[in-house]
Design a protein around this ligand. Sequence first.
Ligand SMILES: Nc1ncnc2c1ncn2[C@@H]1O[C@H](COP(=O)(O)OP(=O)(O)OP(=O)(O)O)[C@@H](O)[C@H]1O
Ligand SMILES: [Mg+2]
Length: 580
Amino acid sequence: MAETEIETPSRAAQASSPTSIPPTDAAEEVLAAYEGWMERFREMTRRARVRFLNREWRESQVDAAARMDLYPAAVAAAVDTLRAAGVDGADARDRFAALIGGRADAELAETFYNSVMRRVLTIVGVDPATEFTAAGDGLTQADAVQPLHRSFEGGLTGQTVAALFRATELADAFAELEGDAEACARAAREQLGADADRVRGADLLPFLFYRNKAAYMVARLRLEDGEVRPLLVPLVNGPRGVRPDAVLTTPDEVHVVFSFARSYFHADTGRPAAAIAFLHTLMPAKPLNELYTSLGHNKHGKTELYRELVRQLSRGDARFERAEGIRGLVMSVFTLPGYPVVFKVIRDEFGASKNVTRDAVKEKYRLVFRMDRVGRLVDAQEFEELAFPRDRFDPAWLEELRRDAPSAIRDDGRRVVVRHLYTERRLRPLDLYLRESDDEVARAAVVEYGNAIKDLACANIFPGDLLLKNFGVSRHGRVIFYDYDELALLTDVRFRAMPTARYEEDEMAADPWFSVNDGDVFPEEFVPFLVPAGPLREAFMDAHRDLFTVRWWREIQERQAAGEIPDFFPYPQTRRLKLD
Ligand SMILES: Nc1ncnc2c1ncn2[C@@H]1O[C@H](COP(=O)(O)OP(=O)(O)OP(=O)(O)O)[C@@H](O)[C@H]1O
Ligand SMILES: [Mg+2]
């Protein structure tokens, strides 16, 4: 691994003090904290099944947010204990490594250890002497060595699918197990076409992936000649009991289900690495960091993301440069060509039109992290003290970054250390996308843009800044929002009609003659701002005229107030089963 090449060890507080507790205790202390966290994480994860069976959707949202709080709480408690005692970093690391040697979740334990020790030892960048820097790359082996999945023999028939259903933890709750299995097999056969007859068996993950109102059965079909195809069946708990809602058999469809714009699954894998290895066979193009994050292991996702970045740097000589698109007034954003991630640093001073503070911006990102992101809000991960090799920065960009965010950047001539940043998947900014796409693609994209605004509204989110530049397009053509500093809960916004002018002077006056309070929004005013005039605006208006009416927004607010939790299917209507 090349980690050491781009990092210089820096151990500000590494020396052990006279009151040091023995290193064994430090390692054991961290392990106990890790095990405590993992136990609570799994317990909370398993609760999803009960929520699903009881249709406790609101409660399941509360659980999802609470599960995210477990990690920082466990880390903070361990840091408190160890900081008081003083620790010999290198020795404790080696002892910890020995303690976790045989564990199936060793990579998560290492990340937890790093989370604690980075703070105890105030590590800047990465310190190979006291941290875990590179996990053994046993990951892709993990499922092969000791399979997590259960294998079934047979062709793509109702019987095979029924056997899969029976092997899930919801087997007893199916309304029409055999009949629905038959319908799923038929749908899958239709999708596979000629390949349907090449199916020889299926491998099933023996736990379900819960999110929102669905539980996803995740399996793969084994075709002759060693080929595999995904078989994903979202299960829903409707009026008649548990039933399949759709059948998905392509990697692209599975990618969208596991999207970085959706909230994390609750799936009690037992052995995360083996589960990830299995998922990797269904979605070979999906970065490992996103797979870990999709299971709620976002901290380890960060570890993986960093390692992927280091590998990417070692592969070529691309340089960090400003991300394409309109510069942000709040964020200074850069990227590495060839690596699909953006790095967002909060600027020291915001543009004049912004009246937010740095803390308020962070609060918005936190809010998004805890919300149901419904496929429309990009996942943002927070990093502290991230070190980059200085010579990999485009000099003009480094100059600009230093001007934009002087307090966030430390430059020691060899490394550029960023005190705080967010990473997000890089999307194609929608304003650029519309300009570079042909008419038909652009028209479809503006309609998608309206759908995104509507989905967000239904999830109780008002993006605040609705302009095209704040949305991006994914590889699958999905339109996703990424600029959170003006985001608000929909229920906190007041939608108002434009008052008719009382006197002519009012209309001529330079200052608005009606009060515009924080939180007041005038949908009728959106028209000239959202989509440029011409065929694109026409397409947008045809599909989404209602967005410019106060009535539409208030209606959604009323539904929110009534406690409605709408469905957001991460697959096209055409994939849904028509069961009786
Ligand atoms: N996930 C992303 N993928 C691709 N480009 C991005 C992404 N996030 C931000 N950008 C680019 O960086 C710019 C600034 O980012 P962002 O909109 O988040 O910052 P901001 O300062 O809050 O913007 P604004 O001035 O609109 O409030 C965007 O206009 C876009 O060009
Ligand atoms: Mg923006």
